[in-house]
Design a protein around this ligand. Structure first.
Ligand code: KIV
Length: 278
């Protein structure tokens, strides 16, 4: 059995030059498969809202929904390092709410850490979470919960001012106590610079190969979610057409009375009809 990773172990991976793999998980079946494939960190992302719950954005996702799914992820992967994503509204109100909600991920869902979106504006909250014993991953660049304020789902940090700000925010998040930072949708060069400027691992998504680790939404990399596929996503297989083909075959076999056949049916005592007097 694999030993569960620790925050210190994850930070040490950067020092040792080992790339960190992160994938999202939302249920026990998937978390069990990802853990068996030796993914370093399972992120119960609020992308849950879009790829599983059918919302148009991550904004409507609630704490209860996150806890429900994070608990399932933990049940499926008891030894994995699991990070719960704090949904919109769960940490912006005040520090007390942030600690109560962050604490729920640890107490109720068995997560090892939480992630929250934002730069300078969340540093105070982040510090309080860490002080309360909750390990935190930061998230800057494109922050989907506030995408409307950023002008939509756009690449961030393309001009000098915003690139400078992002480098400063990454430093501030490290200073506040984050043990890793997600960098989403920024130029590869900037991802590399930020990774060199801070000592905690950077986990990139659309942030180039210079980051210390990479994260993708599992449904995207498996080709299971085709509503919107960002250009930085690499699909390692195309499950959606395979699932459709399998279901079409099932439909036609059921409709043509091909399934279930003898091999997929239970046998009874011989002469059942006779014994039942039928
Ligand atoms: O919600 C999510 O899945 C995320 C990752 C894509 C970083 O925040």
């Amino acid at each position: 059995m694999l030993k569960r990773k620790t925050v210190a172990g994850i930070v040490a991976m950067k020092k040792m030059g080992e790339k960190i793999t992160v994938l999202t998980a939302y249920d026990a079946g998937m978390s069990s498969m990802l853990a068996a494939a030796d993914v370093d960190i399972l992120l119960v992302g609020d992308s849950l809202g879009m790829v599983v719950l059918g919302y148009d954005s991550t904004v409507p996702v609630t704490m209860d929904e996150m806890i429900h799914h994070a608990s399932a992820v933990r049940r499926g992967a008891p030894d994995a390092f699991v990070v719960g994503d704090m949904p919109f509204g769960s940490y912006q109100t005040d520090t007390r709410d942030a600690i109560l909600n962050g604490g729920r991920f640890l107490k109720e869902a068995g997560c090892d850490a939480v992630k929250l979106e934002g730069g300078f504006e969340v540093c105070g909250t982040l510090k309080s979470l860490v002080r309360a014993g909750i390990s935190v991953v930061g998230h800057i660049g494109l922050t989907p919960q506030t995408a409307t304020q950023l002008g939509g789902y756009k690449v961030q940090g393309r001009d000098i001012e915003s690139a400078k700000k992002m480098i400063a925010e990454a430093r501030a998040l490290e200073e506040a106590g984050a043990f890793a930072v997600v960098l989403e949708c920024i130029p590869g060069e900037l991802g590399k610079i930020i990774s060199e400027e801070i000592t905690i691992p950077t986990i990139g998504i659309g942030a180039g190969g210079g980051c210390d680790g990479q994260v993708l939404v599992t449904h995207d990399m498996l080709g299971m979610f085709d509503k919107f596929i960002p250009s930085f996503v690499k699909s390692y297989c195309s499950l959606a057409p395979m699932i459709k083909e399998a279901v079409v075959s099932y439909n036609s076999e059921v409709r043509d009375s091909i399934f279930p056949d003898e091999a997929h049916s239970f046998s009874s005592v011989s002469d059942l009809r006779k014994l039942l007097g039928m």
